[in-house]
Write a protein that binds this ligand. Structure first.
Ligand code: PLP
Length: 478
């Protein structure tokens, strides 16, 4: 029910004392032509109606604060509440980007330090914190690569992506005016080196890689790959969406990457189930640093300042200095973990994923039988024989109180189910998920018809997904 439907004409959520000045004094300040002809159509409800309405809505949605959320590739980890408190500190939340530098030195220190932290974590030389999400980071990183080759007088027009890549990779390449060439994965789920050789040439600008890739598998030949790409005169782009797997364990720069983006909302704990806002900082090696967006925050005589003097800068890629409150959360998160403990994030994320993978491989087809990193992909190909598909399994999980995993991605696995437990879940939660997945596999064999009406315990039942995407009803016509 929409709040408009709760309207009782004349009902108000406030009461004010009667005017003690003549009414004429208050009106007539706005020219007639700017005034609305009819009053706005607003809901007429009491304060209690509003509170109940929105509290009720909040109870209808699912979030990581409510239950297990194994949405592969999205890193739905628990977001410590202290980060939320810090993001709301008045000294941060109430400042304005146009304030003089002297008055916002604390906020500038956060940007300055976070750049340093991310450099330490990735091995890169310098970060811009402006991009608002991973995809925006990809776009920024590719603009940097483009500017770099242009200044070298090289015409390189091709971006290579593996067939397991996230859809944003080819999309960003296209937005930047590059041509995308796909390279196939081999039987072990990694880039096929022979196939890469075939497509790599003097036209290649960038190879974009996710490592571990979207199958949750580490590119074993990564050093060989980066050498090949560099020998061809091209650059390597690291899609950092899966950084959680290697956090504190290995650094993209040491693997040979030239440009990375990080999804702060994934790896560094910002609530992001609703779609945003996020932050997608981009880090580059020393030779690419002169191309970064302006401004960067630098320090001189114990004073932080916005540095617009970046010789080959690609310009600005966002308003002001990025989604500052997301940067703050990441800053708080990194400091909470500290250098001593941040490695545990990656270790436990990997342990949790392997634990579930092993147990589920008894009931589901596991296309790549290798140790995984922080996530893994199983296939519902066995269940398909009984008419039960990945989507049916995902819907059934909702009835058991779990969020669905990512399904039908990556595209190279038939009936893909991609599971990422993250490091913040307990052994008990993993065990109950495993047990439910085993029950579902049994139901698929014994009563495949029972899937048809799932979910039945959620606020909305089985939706027509195509109509929901193609003809969404977004407007209330009252
Ligand atoms: C999430 C994701 C992206 C895109 O990041 P956004 O922050 O959602 O824009 C890119 N690549 C991979 C592998 C991802 O999982």
């Amino acid at each position: 029910m929409l709040i408009f439907e709760k309207t009782v004409p004349g009902r108000r959520a406030f009461s004010l004392p009667a005017l003690d000045v003549p009414e004429e004094l208050l009106s007539n300040h706005i020219e007639e032509k700017y005034l609305a002809k009819t009053p706005p159509s607003l809901p007429e409800v009491s304060e209690l109606d509003i509170v109940r309405h929105y509290t009720g809505l909040s109870r209808k949605s699912f979030g990581v604060d409510l239950g297990f959320y194994p949405l592969g590739s999205c890193t739905m980890k628990y977001n410590p509440k202290i980060n939320e408190d810090i993001a709301r500190f008045q000294g941060f939340a109430h400042i304005h980007p146009f304030q003089p530098e002297d008055t916002v030195q604390g906020a500038m220190k956060v940007i300055y330090d976070l750049d340093k932290f991310l450099c330490a974590i990735t091995g890169m030389n310098r970060f811009t914190l402006q991009p608002a999400a991973g995809a925006h980071g990809e776009f920024t990183g590719l603009l940097i690569a483009k500017a770099y080759f242009k200044s070298k007088g090289q015409k390189r027009s091709v971006v290579i992506v593996p067939d397991s890549a996230h859809g944003t990779n080819p999309a960003s390449a296209t937005m930047c005016g590059f041509k995308t060439v796909q390279v196939k994965s081999d039987r072990r789920g990694c880039i096929d080196i022979e196939k890469l050789k075939e497509v790599l040439n003097e036209e290649t600008a960038v190879l974009m890689l996710t490592n571990p890739n979207t199958l949750g598998l580490f590119e074993e030949d990564i050093l060989k790959i980066t050498e090949m790409v560099h020998d061809a005169g091209a650059l390597l782009y690291y899609d950092g969406a899966n950084l959680n797997a290697i956090l504190g364990i290995c650094r993209p720069a040491d693997l040979g990457f030239d440009i990375v983006h990080l999804n702060l909302h994934k790896t560094f704990s910002t609530p992001h189930g609703g779609g945003g806002p996020g932050a997608g900082p981009v880090g580059v090696t020393e030779k690419l640093s002169p191309y970064l967006p302006v401004p960067l925050v630098d320090m001189k005589d114990d004073h932080y300042y916005f540095n617009y003097d970046i010789p080959h800068t690609i310009g600005k890629v966002g308003t002001f200095y990025g989604n500052f409150s997301i940067l703050l959360r990441a800053y708080a998160y990194i400091l909470t973990c500290g250098k001593e403990h941040i490695r545990k994030v990656g270790e436990i994320a990997v342990l949790n994923a392997n634990y579930i993978m092993k147990k589920l491989s008894e009931d589901y087809h596991l296309p790549y039988k290798r140790i995984c990193k922080h996530e893994f992909v199983i296939s519902a190909s066995e269940q398909k024989k009984y008419g039960v598909h990945a989507i049916d399994i995902a819907k059934k999980l909702l009835d058991h109180g779990f969020h669905a995993p990512t399904i039908y991605f990556p595209l190279i696995v038939d009936e893909a189910i991609m599971i990422e437990p993250t490091e913040t879940e307990s052994r008990e939660t993993l065990d109950s998920f495993i047990q439910v997945m085993k029950e579902i596999a049994k139901d698929a064999r014994e009563k495949p018809d029972s899937f048809r009406h799932s979910p039945s315990t959620t606020p909305v039942g089985r939706l027509d997904e195509v109509s929901a995407a193609r003809k969404p009803v977004l407007r209330w016509e009252g």
